[in-house]
Design a protein around this ligand. Sequence first.
Ligand code: NAD
Length: 246
Amino acid sequence: MKKVCVITGGSSGIGLSIVKLFVENDYLVFNLDLSPSLLGADFKSEYRQCDVTNIDQVTKIITDIAKQHTIDVLVSNAGIHFSANIENTSEADLDKVFNINVKGAYAAIKAVLPSMKAHNNGSILLMASDQALIAKHNSFAYNLSKSALASIAKTTALDYASFNIRANAVCPGTIETPLYHQAIDNYCQRSGANKAEVHQEEANLQPLQRLGQPEEVAELVLFLASDKAKFITGSLQVIDGGYTAQ
Ligand code: NAD
């Protein structure tokens, strides 16, 4: 029988690579996202239209999946980026980032736990960031949200270890996805900087002298979801080309 993975935000970037890799590895994948990927059908995943800020909706979709399937893996990946220091972050900005990045994860985890507990098995992955470990300039709300995800991984790992449920946070550095390009575009618009130059500067900041690719993050997630990682829980798994080692 196929293993079942529920992922949020699987229609673009890192999430899309995870969907693709899990399908290739014979998982049945349910992708909960605002809109389907243009390529989604090619990857043979099940799409469910979902806004992770709508807790009732997340709960209903996941509960319905759990009525038909045993959920083995949750990848809470949906997230947005927001650039500003604390003074330039309005309460509405803060709420928006927190509702998607943190409360979305809270809703998805809460919804999969009954199924995972009933089967005494499960692996939960939270897509955090290198910003769960370090701060970056003009990243007040995003940094806060990613630190919160690291905390959720740890508390969930402790509270559900007795049910053989593991929880880990994946902490990517700068990964070349639509979210990355949008962040660079926004910066260039504000500052008048040249995008190609900014992109090169970003690459130069990494010890490995390049940005990460979404497929590389997907490989780590596949490993952490599998039984090969069955002694790994409550951890923050950095995948950042050496950035946070500096
Ligand atoms: P992306 O923008 O390419 O993809 C994000 C996906 O989340 C999209 O499909 C989007 O539709 C979905 N999404 C956004 N809001 C949603 C909502 N309310 N409900 C449901 N789905 C929603 O971004 P990405 O770069 O692939 O980022 C994925 C995750 O990885 C995010 O949590 C991000 O913070 C994290 N991350 C990214 C990087 C990077 O450099 N790209 C680095 C570290 C962490």
